[in-house]
Design a binder for this molecule. Structure first.
Ligand code: SAM
Length: 359
């Protein structure tokens, strides 16, 4: 079935329980058919909060002078955490950080990726951990190096595809055009490409969100990670406020379901920001058609330094506690976890003919 812009806007605007019930049922049934019912873990390691960017919404933006401690984890801390994930049966990890483009940083990430790839190979995971990177806008050459080092997925949210809203959120040197070019470069290099938007940004309309979904579809995106926009007290946009929590949660869930229905066979994450709104936010995301979730494995000693927005959950919970709590939560909504699997989206396999296989 194909959906018009009007159809998408209608889905996004649902608030009545009978409409929502139908939306959930359709999204879950399509998810079961297209990607299956398993939930895949991506253990996320936020390995540095040093950032050269000044995104107005973000707690780790360069100009946030109230963020007193800027950190980068030691190589062995990142590798050990990744190996812990492999040991626990998480088939994949995400390495995320603020944005740096200096050669020392890129070489560091490249060698960490290569080491994790090499050392995580086992009988359970013959190709090692699936490695996703989220380190922002880089040159095509850098993307190529990181891909060759062993990362095979990359997350770069477009944040919003509306040009005027994008300009309002970012300084002049951070352009929507460059972000779009990066997504093209990533695909050309061979990465499975993930993108997404923040939902409920002041000034954002349902029409803009519907166009965001069309952008994901038209760009043949493989993975979606989107979540509610939540103010950060030291973000530059705190005074503009945010949507009321219940409405923001529902809009975010409707976005997940609408994206599932329009894109069908992609992976969609139930992101941590949903859990910042309500304790069971991620499970609710799974109930609207998401099939990926990201246990936070950032060492507790630095976790408070990676507060992108207010109320980020699990600041004091160890990886083990986080993982078992999450497993119970997932099972409580009738789903199970795909352990020791990469869990690539079927969408990727369908377009592999175009981009070449990677093992
Ligand atoms: N530097 C990398 C990049 O730009 O892709 C990754 C790190 S960046 C902090 C990760 C994501 O955090 C952004 O893409 C953005 O959507 C999200 N984020 C930042 N501030 C946020 C906020 N106030 N509310 C919700 N999400 C936020």
């Amino acid at each position: 079935m194909s959906y018009t812009r009007k159809d998408i806007i209608e889905m996004l605007s649902f608030t009545k329980e009978d409409d929502l019930g139908r939306l959930r049922d359709e999204a879950l049934s399509l998810m079961g058919k297209e990607v299956g019912n398993l939930v895949y873990y991506r253990g996320i390691i936020e390995f540095s909060n040093i950032c050269r960017c000044d995104c107005r919404y973000c707690g780790i933006r360069k100009s946030n002078s109230k963020l007193s401690e800027r950190y980068t984890l030691e190589r062995n801390e990142i590798v050990d955490t990744a190996l812990w994930c492999a040991d626990q049966g998480y088939g994949s990890i995400v390495l995320q950080s603020g944005e740096r483009v200096d050669p020392a940083f890129i070489s560091f990430v490249e060698s960490v990726v290569a080491e994790i790839k090499e050392r995580s190979r086992s009988e359970k995971l013959p190709k090692g951990l699936g490695i996703t990177l989220g380190i922002g806008e880089q040159s095509r050459e850098t993307y190529r190096r990181l891909y060759e080092a062993g990362a095979h997925r990359y997350l770069l949210r477009i944040e919003t595809t509306d040009p005027a809203l994008y300009r309002r959120l970012h300084p002049k040197n951070q352009t929507l055009e460059n972000r779009i070019e990066c997504l093209g470069d990533l695909k050309e290099v061979g990465f499975q490409v993930g993108t997404g938007v923040m939902i409920g940004i002041p000034g954002q309309t349902l029409d803009m969100l519907a166009r965001d979904i069309e952008f994901f579809r038209d760009r043949d995106i493989d993975m979606i990670g989107m979540g509610p926009y939540i103010t950060h007290p030291h973000g530059d946009m705190a005074s503009e406020g945010m949507m009321e929590k219940e409405a923001l949660l529902q809009l975010s869930l409707n976005m997940i379901a609408a994206t599932r229905l329009v894109l069908r066979d992609v992976n969609i994450a139930a992101t941590t920001a949903l859990q910042a709104l309500v304790p069971d936010g991620r499970e609710r995301g799974l109930g609207y058609g998401a099939n990926v979730t990201m246990p936070n494995l950032t060492p507790i000693k630095v976790r408070k330094g990676y507060q992108l927005y207010e109320g980020k959950p699990c600041l004091d919970e160890s990886g083990t506690a986080c993982g078992s709590c999450l497993l119970n939560r997932i099972r409580s909504v009738g789903r199970d976890v795909g352990f020791n699997l990469w869990g690539d989206s079927p969408h990727v396999n369908k377009r592999k003919v175009l981009i070449g296989n990677r093992g």
